[in-house]
Design a protein around this ligand. Structure first.
Ligand SMILES: Cc1cc2nc3c(=O)[nH]c(=O)nc-3n(C[C@H](O)[C@H](O)[C@H](O)COP(=O)(O)OP(=O)(O)OC[C@H]3O[C@@H](n4cnc5c(N)ncnc54)[C@H](O)[C@@H]3O)c2cc1C
Length: 394
């Protein structure tokens, strides 16, 4: 077992730290473009498909570097949904044609992807989705209302989960559970899998309708919004995995996402801890530093403990996936522990500063709001605990 980083891993981590700083200094609307230009959206994608072909442990170290310097957790969440929730899924279950059609442009950010699974009656229980994917002579027709979709209004393609409605005719193909589709933003009537602009070709009005970004507590940069699919026609090449295997495809996507989506938080936790230690040393009351109080020092020590345990779990989950293992429980542990650690450490960080921490300008209340979101997306902490409990056989 080797806990050291190779020179190549250190180099990519440092490169992403520098890129994160550049993105942090950019206007919020430009940050994703900066990340894309610097290669952050293609790191684990194969070289012959336009990426850098990095393993997932190195990708985790890279996103840790981004999180150390880029404070916009929302845009990092959106980058993660694109790369870990969709691109890695495509690399795993997509056909060679689907991979060639999408991955080179996703690696550069020319095409942005997101996950559209959640509905009013189906969040934690994705098996209850009511969106329908009816089979047609030309492929599928997707109808349904998704909500809380990250990067909804800026995505070019949606990984959507829907109920397979069969072809609706007596004696026709029967319904087969859930189906996973890759739906281009401009799908209208027969848009191709490479996202050819259907409307421009006179095939009808756009039928993918993202709503306006919602006023969320934190992670505003993620641009959460509903997306309406109003009878979107897609070809058979939009199908991800087998028809009816949508739930299994979704679980694969969530395993990649849970393993890696909070890797950036490791960098953010380290940065916050460094700043908190400096504050505790410098803040003097009655002639002595507050760090001399055991209650303060232990608060900092617990932040360190949460950072290091989160690191181990994220690296471990990434390693499991690199080995070709299923990694579902390891990914659940990594996401669950990192999300809860980020939230508890954000609260500790704020309380450590006293009144100054409560001021909006300190950035600490919004860090708490951001961390709260992390314990909900990609599976709530309760749902992840349930996955771990099932793994234990209870
Ligand atoms: C910042 C953010 C980004 C998001 N991005 C996306 C996205 O890109 N795409 C997308 O499709 N969705 C996205 N979501 C939606 C997110 O995946 C859901 O909100 C989440 O899965 C919970 O579903 P829900 O909101 O319907 O809550 P519910 O499922 O109704 O859960 C309500 C409560 O019940 C608990 N609960 C429910 N079922 C169980 C269970 N089986 N075991 C234990 N506890 C349970 C939950 O933990 C929770 O406390 C995002 C959400 C947030 C906050």
């Amino acid at each position: 077992m080797d806990f050291g980083w190779t020179p190549a891993q250190r180099a990519v981590h440092d490169r992403m730290r520098a890129l994160g700083a550049e993105a942090d200094a950019a206007a919020p609307d430009d940050r994703m473009r900066v990340l894309a230009r610097g290669g952050a959206l293609g790191l684990p994608i194969a070289r012959d498909l336009g990426g850098e072909g990095l393993d997932l442990v190195t990708t985790a170290l890279a996103y840790e570097g981004l999180g150390a310097t880029l404070r916009d957790g929302g845009v990092l969440l959106a980058a993660g949904a694109h790369l870990f929730g969709v691109a890695l899924l495509l690399a795993r279950v997509g056909t060679p044609a689907q991979q060639r059609a999408w991955l080179p442009r996703m690696a550069t950010g020319e095409r942005m992807a997101t996950v559209a699974a959640t509905e009013a009656g189906a969040g934690s229980d994705v098996a209850s989705v009511e969106a329908t994917a009816d089979r047609t002579a030309a492929g599928y027709r997707l109808t349904g209302e998704k909500r809380y979709v990250t990067w909804a209004d800026r995505a070019d393609v949606y990984f959507a989960i829907a109920r397979d409605g069969g072809d609706g005719r007596a004696g026709g193909a029967p319904a087969r559970g859930l189906t996973a589709l890759l739906v281009p933003r401009d799908a209208a009537g027969g848009a191709d899998a490479a996202g050819a602009p259907a409307a421009a070709e006179g095939r009808g009005a756009a039928r993918v309708r993202p709503g306006a970004p919602l006023a969320t507590a934190g992670l505003r940069g993620a641009r959460l919004a509903p997306v309406s699919f109003a009878g979107c026609e897609v070809g058979p090449d939009a199908l991800l995995g087998r028809a009816g295997a949508g739930l299994a495809v979704f679980q694969i996507a969530m395993t990649y996402e849970r393993a890696l989506i909070l890797a950036f938080r490791l960098g953010a936790l380290e940065r916050a801890l460094g700043e908190a230690v400096r504050f505790a040393r410098e803040r003097a009351l009655g002639g002595q530093s507050i760090a001399r109080h055991q209650a303060v020092a232990h608060r900092l020590a617990r932040m360190k403990l949460r950072l290091e345990t989160s690191r181990l779990l994220v690296y471990r989950a990434a390693w499991e996936l690199d080995q070709g293992h299923r990694g579902q429980a390891e990914a659940a542990l990594a996401k669950w522990h990192t999300a809860d650690s980020a939230l508890q450490s954000a609260l500790d960080d704020l309380q450590l500063r006293g009144g100054a921490g409560y001021l909006e300008e300190s950035g600490l209340p919004s860090a708490v709001d951001d961390a709260l979101g992390g314990s909900i997306h990609s599976g709530t902490s309760d749902v992840l605990a349930t996955i771990v409990a099932r793994w234990l056989g209870v």
